[in-house]
Design a protein around this ligand. Structure first.
Ligand SMILES: [Zn+2]
Ligand SMILES: [Zn+2]
Length: 273
């Protein structure tokens, strides 16, 4: 097969896929592990949710190779379940995305339970350093005087799959505020840069949708696309992050993203009564 740009995965994408898979097939209740330590075989298949090329399962002609080869569009399955998901009437794009997110959430929870962020305190600084190194768009940030109740905002925007992530990482807001404060004391405006960049990523994404009803129907996909843009910034930044476990970077990114959600940098603020 000719080399296909939609299979030209970046190293970070591969690292994230394997870290977030927990070394297990994402298919519900599949017990297949990927790396067999005894004989050093790797039985994982990198499966495209929207196919890599025309004629493949769930191919989307309106997409591009950049998206097709991205973390968002890839799911690790065992060869058996890779075959099973060729049934596109059952395994739609949305069904596979949900399968992937549920599977990843499980392993993220394990990493969180192992206090990975406390064990890697520099991860948060590295994420902020990367995301706040420069401004990628224009504009200024208007923080609401009273941030809306998070539950209300989740409901208003119809966030479903990211709801548990928002609830899980809200508790780190205090720790994040301290890091932001420390950075500010050093005379840097990184916090504003970070929030502005997240806001810009959101506004770019928002353009694809017409009005609040379409935003509500796509809230999880919107958050995921913003997350992808932030990963791109981290991947291209000069900050050294290779020595850190990818889970620590992932959780730190969620802490920053959830904080931005609470400060209304992403998604819509419920109207005031
Ligand atoms: Zn496939
Ligand atoms: Zn499987």
């Amino acid at each position: 097969m000719a080399t296909n740009k939609a299979r030209n995965y970046s190293l970070l994408t591969i690292k994230r896929l394997y870290a977030m898979s927990g070394n297990h097939c994402a298919f519900p209740d599949c017990t297949q592990t990927f790396l067999n330590v005894d004989d050093e075989t790797n039985v994982s298949n990198i499966c495209h949710i929207e196919a890599a090329e025309q004629g493949g399962q769930r191919y989307n002609p309106n997409s591009d190779d950049e998206y097709r080869k991205s973390f968002e569009n890839l799911i690790l399955l065992c060869p058996n379940h890779h075959k099973v998901t060729d049934n596109i009437t059952v395994y739609t794009v949305e069904a596979l995305k949900e399968m992937k997110r549920l599977h990843e959430a499980k392993f993220l929870q394990i990493a969180t339970g192992q206090n990975i962020i406390t064990k890697n305190p520099s991860a948060l600084n590295i994420v902020i350093g990367s995301l706040g190194s420069s401004i990628f768009g224009g504009g200024n940030i208007n923080e609401p005087l009273s941030a809306p109740d998070p539950e209300e905002k989740i409901l208003y925007n119809n966030v479903v799959q990211y709801k548990s992530i928002i609830e899980e990482y809200r508790v780190y807001q205090g720790r994040l505020s301290k890091v932001y404060e420390e950075i500010e004391k050093q005379g840097s405006t990184k916090k504003e840069f970070v929030l502005l960049n997240i806001r810009t990523a959101y506004l770019q994404e928002k353009k694809k949708y017409n009005g609040i009803e379409e935003i509500r129907a796509n809230a999880d996909n919107i958050i995921e696309s913003v997350e992808t843009k932030l990963w791109d910034i981290i991947e291209n930044s000069s900050n050294p992050n290779t020595h850190l476990p990818i889970e620590a970077i992932q959780i730190s990114l969620y802490v920053v993203l959830v904080d931005a959600f609470m400060r209304c940098s992403i998604l819509e603020e419920p109207p005031k009564q």
